[in-house]
Design a protein around this ligand. Structure first.
Ligand code: ADP
Ligand code: MG
Length: 372
């Protein structure tokens, strides 16, 4: 194991006795010290199970997990959660309602062996430190019901951080909050984790949240890791049709190969213009595929000879979102700057900002259906 990695999963598999397929299927992953990993995927893909494996709440069927260079579980051994030096933050905060903020945090400290000999003065000092870190100084004596949802989640984060764990695990921590608090707190959580210099896994089914908060994103699907990369890599170079659809919400058009061209109903793509890696993916060998069109890459130009029609237009403040219909009845979505207003009912020609379109093999289509 490299010095710089804090967590290493090697072909980790978990099959619940009642299930026919594994909830987590041969997942291998390395988390570097201080890194914030976003674990992203649709509901039911195995995110919580994977997090619970790392925390020690689930035994694994196969594979190995190493934390800070030590084997913590394989098929035979399983270090109990309290000896793993991980902290957890849940969607529903899980604070003790009858304890004050300070006592909730102290509970986390007293529960940890490494803090067993802390004096009450030291505990009070550490509580003050973590409350300052999460921006809640002065609220020590409040009870959870006297706090907003966002504040309660900050307390839960403070409680998890207080014993200085090697790794923090957050399971959809923002999903219960309303959208404005969620946006503010996701910036805050990143700032807090970075200020604490701690490594973390942040589970979410929300692609925007994952893109905004993570150093690295691991995209999961049906228990398997589909792709791992920086937010920019995942967004600009999705490794599969599933990642492309789930992360970017792009449009896909079926394309037929004719010589050096991929022909779609609204235009064609020259095979030579594809990314080199895509050509190596065996696209040369097939004659049906799907071209990815990002909503923000489409340029609309009114053209009465075009068979694409603007069906709907939504004003979103900073941009318009268009729903377009092609001659075959296929619906496409486009987002444009508000200076480019095209009326509903207009026939439009579509062109692309992006110089290098992405193409995915057609055969994967059914397997790749996204459910959220
Ligand atoms: P996610 O957090 O991504 O929504 P989960 O890890 O909760 O996904 O679930 C992954 C799969 O494992 C789902 O199909 C779910 O129904 C199943 N599952 C989760 N927990 C259990 C359990 N205790 N027993 C049996 N199946 C489970
Ligand atoms: Mg879950």
């Amino acid at each position: 194991m490299e010095v710089s990695s804090i967590l290493q999963l090697k072909k980790v598999t978990k099959k619940y006795p009642s299930a026919s397929i594994p909830a987590v299927d041969e997942v291998s992953l390395t988390l570097k010290q201080g890194e914030l990993l976003g674990l992203l995927g649709p509901s039911g893909c195995g995110k919580t199970t994977l997090l619970r494996i790392v925390a020690g709440f689930e035994k694994i069927s196969q594979g190995e997990v190493e934390l800070a260079g030590k084997l913590i579980c394989d098929r035979y051994c399983n270090t109990p959660p309290e000896k793993r030096n991980t902290g957890m933050v849940f969607q529903d905060y899980a604070l003790f309602p009858h304890l004050t903020v300070a006592d909730n945090i102290a509970f986390g400290l007293k529960g940890k062996k490494s803090f067993g000999r802390l004096s009450s003065k030291d505990i009070k000092y550490r509580i003050g430190e973590v409350l300052n870190l999460v921006g809640l100084s002065g609220l020590e004596k409040r009870y959870p019901h006297e706090l907003s949802g966002g504040q309660q989640q900050r307390v839960a984060l403070a409680r998890a951080l207080a014993p200085r764990p090697a790794l923090i695990l957050l399971d959809e921590p923002l999903s219960n909050l309303d959208v404005q608090v969620r946006h503010r707190l996701r910036e805050e959580i990143r700032r807090i984790l970075k200020a604490a210099g701690i490594s973390a896994i942040f589970v979410t089914h929300d692609r925007e949240e994952a893109l905004a908060i993570s150093d690295q994103i691991a995209v999961m699907r049906d228990g398997k890791l589909e792709q791992v990369g920086t937010p920019e890599e995942i967004y600009t170079k999705p490794g599969s049709r599933f990642v492309a659809e789930f992360v970017t919400q792009a449009n896909f058009l079926t394309a037929k190969r004719e010589g050096e061209l991929w022909k779609t109903e609204i235009g064609e793509v020259d095979l030579k213009s594809l990314l080199a890696t895509q050509q190596e993916d065996g696209l040369n060998l097939i004659d049906r595929a799907e071209v990815m069109l990002r909503q923000e890459d489409i340029i609309l130009t009114p053209d009465c000879n075009s068979s694409v029609v603007v069906k709907e237009r939504q004003f979103l403040g900073r941009e318009y979102r268009y729903c377009l219909e092609t001659a075959s009845g296929k619906r496409l979505h486009a987002r444009t700057n508000i200076s480019n207003a095209v009326d509903v009912g207009t026939n439009v020609n579509l062109s692309m900002i992006q110089a290098k379109p992405l193409i995915f093999p057609f055969a994967n289509l059914n397997k790749n259906k996204v459910t959220i």
